[in-house]
Design a binder for this molecule. Sequence first.
Ligand SMILES: Nc1nc2c(ncn2[C@@H]2O[C@H](COP(=O)(O)OP(=O)(O)OP(=O)(O)O)[C@@H](O)[C@H]2O)c(=O)[nH]1
Ligand SMILES: [Mg+2]
Length: 234
Amino acid sequence: MSKLWQARFFTTVNHLRDLPRTTVPEIAFAGRSNAGKSTAINILCNQKGLAFASKTPGRTQHINFFSIGGAHVAMHRHDPINMDELECLVADLPGYGYAEVSGDAKNHWQRLLGDYVQRRDQLAALILMMDARRPFTELDQQMIEWFAPTGKPIHCILTKADKLNRNESINVLRQAQAKLDSYVDEDGEGFPFTVQLFSALKRIGIEEATAKIEELAGLTGGDDAPTPDESEEA
Ligand SMILES: Nc1nc2c(ncn2[C@@H]2O[C@H](COP(=O)(O)OP(=O)(O)OP(=O)(O)O)[C@@H](O)[C@H]2O)c(=O)[nH]1
Ligand SMILES: [Mg+2]
């Protein structure tokens, strides 16, 4: 059982000033609207209705935070989170690139997302979700360019891999890694950028993504069903 399975809804944020005043590492899921961010979060956290997933693009318009740690399995889901035991936050970022979003909303998105990924110290890594059939759109590249100067890792997840055959999958993965390797800093040094294939539908890449996220979030100790001692009030 992954620690990600403990995830619980934490808070929704629509302005940077409302970001949680926590110090634990954060892992943020970014990507185009409809890329499959919310679906992937639900699968990785093994909870159907945790992140809102929808057939209507552009549904996730705020930053939704989920907490890992501080909520024992034995507790009722509405019980408060023990903040001393909070280990990590997972952020579901609003999807970008949705054509029908008005100018004002687009600007709001740009500010919220750009500022968050560039300035949030607690942000440990970005999970960049891209449809495997059309990765690295302009806005995806914008996201990479915003985040690269922080020097922190980006793990790209190529979603909906069920839409590709075996050969296409191999090629897409190879091309994506080459694209990521083409990013270099002023000294010609590469960045800690990785990539994998994923399908919620066919359950491809779930273990790989789980291991990577746990590593990036510093969630060591892995398998952690609470012992009877831990789930009782001391
Ligand atoms: N075929 C296939 N469809 C998927 C997969 N993952 C998600 N989808 C579908 O893609 C659509 C969008 O999924 P969401 O998870 O809501 O996408 P999102 O990135 O959260 O979108 P926003 O909230 O708008 O940013 C839904 O209809 C999902 O059912 C997958 O692995 N394979
Ligand atoms: Mg969503």
